[in-house]
Design a protein around this ligand. Sequence first.
Ligand code: FEO
Length: 392
Amino acid sequence: MKPRDIAAGVTRLGVIDWDAELFDAFVPLPEGTSYNCYLVRGNAKTALVDTVEEEHAAVLFAQLAGLERLDYVISLHAEQDHSGSIPQVLARFPEARLVGSKKSLNVLAGHLDISRDRLDRVGEGDSLDLGGRTLRFLDTPWVHWPETMSAWLEEDRILFPCDLFGSHLACSDLYADDRARVYREAKLYYAHIMMPFRAQVARHLEKVRALNPAQIAPSHGPVYREPGFIVAAYDDWAVQPPRNLAMVPFVSMHGSVRRMVDRLVDGLVDHGLRVERLDLSSSDPGVLASALVDAATIVLGAPAVLDAPHPLAAGAAYTINLLKPKARFVSCLGSYGWTKTAVDPLLAMLPNLSAEVIPPVIARGRPTEADLAAVDALASTIAERHAAAGLK
Ligand code: FEO
């Protein structure tokens, strides 16, 4: 990637990682990702906002080849995709100071073995005067780690929020003008990285709105030159009520659970709900995470395997609990051969959800007409709950 200006004296550097397939060995990257950093030049001083993964340092150094002096390396977030090259950058520019939050500097000193003599601590409201350009810092913890900060370039009204508002999207576009594509990847990103911290995200959105940025320049994916688009999307995902949507992730070995799931889906649709039906044996894990952003109800479907829930359903329950979606209702469809309690533990795997548990329907083997009638009743109950909550 060649350096590209997003404003006079403000240049996006970094790496487009077209081939990346997984982030944190967990998050699927169907469209790769990018690691953005930004060079901000004032009349007197120059700052580099974030770096790149250590393995991509050579790309960053090629972009910095003509730079004679660097005064500040700003670490907004200590995770290695942004901090991994900091030691090399500090070695290349021995005059540079490393700037970060108190927590991030502790992490960086520990993980990257950086001398504390190089570190300058900043907090909410502190600023760096670059000469005609001022970088002011905002505490924005938990997006994505507890030490995360954002930087606000006052004169240009550009916000650098690091992970917040990011998208794992490798593309040649500097700007997020292909909204449908960016929305899809930003939502997938939000689901995995930001959704567990919805309350904190909501607070940060207030700060961002008050700033009224001209641009938002995250450290993954394209830059937003019309930031209202992504701010509104985040408000929808993090703040607004869930949609009139039920998601039904399931696995079926011999057709019993599938039969119950299909009956439930038909019933929910008849009641006017939208439904995401996800066969866990074949669907992309990213689809599960994205659907969690909007769903008001989650119904897990699983057979027993020996004396426990099917491992694919247990894995899905673990992920759902980890990502803490805003679902208001949960239930379960199950089938078993000889140990009825083998599917019940799924609901107990969701302690992080503030959701009402609607009693599950569990069949012994192939569901009987009575079992299917119970599934119909479950659909009616879910629809009643959604209607009472006024979900749209
Ligand atoms: Fe892009 Fe939390 O690192």
